[in-house]
Design a binder for this molecule. Sequence first.
Ligand SMILES: [Zn+2]
Length: 168
Amino acid sequence: MTRATSILGLAAMATAALATSRRAAAATETAPHAFEVALSDDAWRKRLTPEQFTILRRAGTESPESSPLLREHRPGTFACAGCALPTFDSSTKFESGTGWPSFYRALPNAIETTTDTSLFETRAEVHCRRCGGHLGHVFDDGPKPTGLRYCMNGAALAFRPRGTRSTT
Ligand SMILES: [Zn+2]
């Protein structure tokens, strides 16, 4: 193989890999279904702060720059604030400059997406696989290696530093 064809081959492989990851992101979209953790609004209100309730249970969005988790740089896990399911690892967190905690990859079997057509644009809404709590949105303008940007509400997440035990 000549050098030129091997470079072309690599480019084709990279394009194929990108297409696969896009498809994989889309394939996580699931039909409405019952969630493993299902509580009444009253029960959620008891468990969550008013801000957490608005975000997780009413698909609200926190003010940009408001989350202390923006400045959380320790190794650890970001879990759903509703049901404590680990959703993102600190190794995939990056500085997006948006004012919301951002990640390029979710943990396996942690999140699901649905199409959100509010705000006059189509976005992929991200929610917790276990309790259905709204976490944020995912966009395809993220960094390598996935090209995805999970734009999360810090209030919908609970950080657990590595080496500490889950309380649930
Ligand atoms: Zn959850």
